[in-house]
Write a protein that binds this ligand. Structure first.
Ligand SMILES: [Zn+2]
Length: 614
C-alpha cells in the first residue's frame, strides 16, 4: 500500500459524503442514493447524484464527479493533502503520515507553528499587557469585544520587553526562522552592543493575522497605534505569505461564499470584520495590494458573483479586464459587480454609524462592473458632440472586446449603442478594433494555452463554431503523417463526428504503413476501381472533406494537445451514454451504483488528461 493510502481510507470511512454536501447545498433522498443541487454549477433542479455506499458523486449537468476529497478540494480550493488534513481534523483523526511528508511540508509546518505562537503572543499581550492600553481603548471604541478579538485572533505587538523575539527565542525558535516567517528583521545602524542583531518587525501595532484557506496563520497586517512609521504594515513575502494570492478573512468566508455563490470584496481588514459582525460573512479583502487575477481565481472557485464594495473609482477598468481574463482562462464566467456604498464611505464607517441596512442594500443592488464603468465614463460627456462621444466610445471599445462570452458582449454592444446614441455597427467596429489592439481574437469561450499561436490555432479559431474543429485538425495531422502521432493512442473512438470518424477510418490503414516523412495518401471512395464496387462514381462527402483538408495545406501544429482534447471529448461521450442509461433506470435499481462508479472513473481519467494539457 502506498504511504498515506491508509490515512486516506480511514478519513474516507469516517466522513459522511451526504453530510458534507448537506453543509453546502440542498440534498434530497431518492431511493438508495441522494440527489443534490450541484455546487459546481448554477441550477434550479438537482442533477447531482450521490452514492453514499461507495462515497461517490456525479453531476449530470456539469459532469463533475468524484469522492469526498474531490468535493472538498473543489469547493474549498484546496490541494489533496490540504483536503485530507481538513477532513481528518473534522473527523478527529490523527494522520499517521503527514500529507506531502517531505522537506517542504515539514518546513511549512515549522513556520506555521511559529506563526501560531506569534498570534497567541500578540493576543495575550492585547488582552492583558500594560502597554496595550491605547490599543484596547481603540478597539473598544470600535465596539470590538473579546469574542470578536478571539474570532479574528487580533493582537498587539509591544514596543517594550518581553518582545515576541524574546519569547520565541526562549522557546527555542532561532532568529533565522523568525526572519523567514517575516517576524524579525536584521538590525542595521541601530544595532545595540548587547543584542544579537535582530529585532521584532512589528512594534506598537494592532495585529491582524492573515490566514490561508485552511485557517493556518501565514502573515500579519498591522495597524500603527502611535510613534512613527506607515499606518499599515504587512508581512513581507515569505514561504507562507504570498499577497498576490491571499485574501483576508477567506477562511471564515469561504463557506458562506459557496452557499450564497457570492463574495464581497471590501477595502480593509476592519471592513471585513465589520461585515462579519453585521452578519455578511462572505466579505474578504486583499492584503495591501490590488485585486489580482489569482485573487479572482480563488474567489471564482467558490462562487460565481464577486461584488466589489470599495471606493468606486478604484473598482476600475483593470478589475473588469482581469475578471474577463480569468473567465476566459477558467472557462467559468465570473460575474464581477460593483456596489456603490452611500457617500463613498467604507463599510466599517457605515456600520459604525448603524447604517447596516444601507450596506446590505448597496451589495444587493450591485451592478455589473462593466456596465458601471460604462456609466462612469459617459457621465458628464456631451453626447451631442460627435467628437467627445467618439472618444468615449473608443475608450470603452477594448473593455467590451475583453468580454469572454459572446452573447454577453453582444448585449453590451447594444447597451452602449443605446446609452450613446451611436449606431450598433459603429460600436461593433470599435469593439473589433479594440479586440485587435488587445490581441484578443473575436472568439467566445475558453482559451487554452495550446491554442495560442501556431497555424493550428488559427484554423481552430476559424472553425470553432463547428465544434468539430479539433477533430478536423487531428485528421489533418494524420494526413500530414505527423511523427508525434506514432507515440500516441490514435483510433477512431477519438472522433465524435460521423464525418471525421469515417474519414479517419478511410485513411487509417494507409496512414499506419506510410513511412515517416511522407504524407498519408488519400484513396477516395469515388476513385474508379473496377473490383471495388463501392468506390465508384463521384467523390462523396467524406472524400470531399479529406481533399479540402489536404488542400488547406498540411502544416499542423503539435498534435498532442489535439489528441488529449479529442480523448477528453470521447470520455465525455461515454459518460453521457452511461448517464442516459442511468436515467432510464429506477431510482433504487442496484445497477445505478455500478454505473455511477464507472462514470466517476471516466471523469477521473478525464481530469487527469486536463493536467497533461497544462
Ligand atoms: Zn453540476
Amino acid at each position: 500500500m502506498v504511504r498515506g493510502d491508509d490515512d486516506r481510507e480511514r478519513v474516507r470511512a469516517a466522513v459522511n459524503l451526504v453530510e458534507q454536501f448537506a453543509a453546502i447545498t440542498k440534498v434530497k433522498r431518492s431511493g438508495r442514493s441522494f440527489t443534490a443541487l450541484c455546487p459546481f454549477h448554477q441550477e434550479k433542479t438537482p442533477s447531482l447524484s450521490i452514492d453514499p455506499a461507495r462515497g461517490l458523486f456525479y453531476c449530470f449537468g456539469c459532469h463533475k464527479g468524484g469522492d469526498v476529497f474531490t468535493l472538498v478540494q473543489e469547493t474549498q480550493g484546496l490541494s489533496f493533502p490540504d483536503a485530507l488534513q481538513a477532513l481528518a481534523r473534522q473527523a478527529g483523526i490523527v494522520l499517521t503520515h503527514r500529507p506531502g511528508d517531505g522537506k517542504r511540508a515539514a518546513d511549512r509546518e515549522r513556520l506555521v507553528a511559529v506563526m501560531r505562537r506569534a498570534v497567541d503572543f500578540y493576543t495575550r499581550r492585547l488582552l492583558s499587557g500594560a502597554d496595550a492600553g491605547p490599543a484596547r481603548a481603540y478597539l473598544r471604541s470600535r465596539g470590538y469585544d473579546r469574542a470578536l478579538i478571539e474570532k479574528f485572533g487580533l493582537g498587539f505587538s509591544p514596543t517594550e520587553e518581553p518582545s515576541l523575539g524574546t519569547e520565541l527565542r526562549s522557546a527555542g525558535v532561532s532568529n533565522s526562522v523568525m526572519e523567514r516567517a517575516g517576524l524579525a528583521v536584521r538590525r542595521g545602524w541601530d544595532r545595540g552592543p548587547s543584542d544579537d542583531g535582530f529585532r521584532d518587525r512589528f512594534r506598537g501595532r494592532i495585529m491582524f493575522p492573515i490566514h490561508d484557506l485552511r485557517g493556518d496563520p501565514v502573515g500579519f497586517g498591522a495597524r500603527l497605534m502611535g510613534g512613527d512609521g506607515p499606518k499599515y504594515l504587512n508581512s513581507p513575502e515569505t514561504p507562507l505569505y504570498r499577497k498576490s494570492r491571499l485574501l483576508y478573512g477567506l477562511h471564515l468566508a469561504r463557506r458562506e461564499i459557496s452557499r450564497s455563490d457570492r463574495a464581497v470584496v471590501v477595502e480593509g481588514y476592519t471592513d471585513v470584520i465589520a461585515m462579519h459582525r453585521a452578519g455578511m460573512e462572505s466579505a474578504v479583502a486583499t492584503c495591501g495590494t490590488a485585486l489580482g487575477e489569482e485573487h479572482l481565481e480563488a474567489l471564482g472557485r467558490l462562487g460565481q458573483r464577486i461584488v466589489l464594495a470599495f471606493d468606486a473609482d478604484r473598482a476600475g477598468s483593470d478589475a473588469v479586464l482581469r475578471g474577463e481574463r480569468v473567465s476566459r482562462r477558467s472557462g467559468r464566467r465570473l460575474d464581477l459587480r460593483v456596489a456603490e456604498l452611500p457617500d463613498g464611505k467604507d463599510p466599517a464607517d457605515l456600520l459604525q454609524e448603524d447604517r447596516l441596512e444601507e450596506v446590505r442594500q448597496a451589495v444587493d443592488d450591485s451592478r455589473p462592473a462593466l456596465q458601471y464603468r460604462m456609466e462612469r465614463r459617459l457621465a458628464g460627456v456631451d453626447l451631442t458632440d460627435p467628437e467627445s462621444r467618439a472618444r468615449a466610445v473608443n475608450e470603452l471599445g477594448p473593455l467590451l472586446a475583453a468580454v469572454a462570452d459572446q452573447a454577453t458582449r453582444a448585449e453590451y454592444e447594444r447597451t452602449l449603442s443605446r446609452m450613446t446614441g451611436a449606431g450598433l455597427s459603429e460600436i461593433q467596429a470599435v469593439v473589433r478594433r479594440g479586440a485587435r489592439g488587445a490581441g484578443i481574437e473575436g472568439r467566445a469561450g475558453r482559451r487554452r494555452p495550446d491554442d495560442s499561436g501556431g497555424p493550428a490555432s488559427r484554423v481552430i479559431d476559424r472553425h470553432a463554431h463547428r465544434g468539430s474543429a479539433v477533430e478536423r485538425e487531428l485528421l489533418k495531422a494524420v494526413l500530414a503523417n505527423h511523427p508525434a502521432l506514432r507515440e500516441l493512442e490514435v483510433d477512431s473512438t477519438l472522433f465524435g463526428q460521423d464525418l471525421y470518424r469515417q474519414a479517419f477510418q478511410q485513411v487509417e490503414a494507409d496512414w499506419r504503413v506510410t513511412p515517416i516523412g511522407r504524407p498519408t495518401p488519400i484513396a477516395w471512395r469515388g476513385e474508379c476501381s473496377p473490383d471495388e464496387s463501392e468506390r465508384q462514381g463521384a467523390p462523396d462527402e467524406v472524400d470531399r472533406e479529406l481533399l479540402a483538408i489536404s488542400a488547406d495545406g498540411l502544416e499542423p501544429g503539435d498534435p498532442r494537445p489535439l489528441v488529449i482534447r479529442c480523448r477528453r471529448a470521447a470520455l465525455r461521450r461515454e459518460m453521457d451514454a452511461i448517464g442516459a442509461r442511468m436515467r432510464s433506470l429506477a431510482a433504487d435499481d442496484p445497477q445505478r451504483t455500478r454505473l455511477l462508479a464507472q462514470v466517476v472513473e471516466l471523469e477521473r481519467r478525464r481530469q487527469e488528461l486536463t493536467g497533461d494539457l497544462r
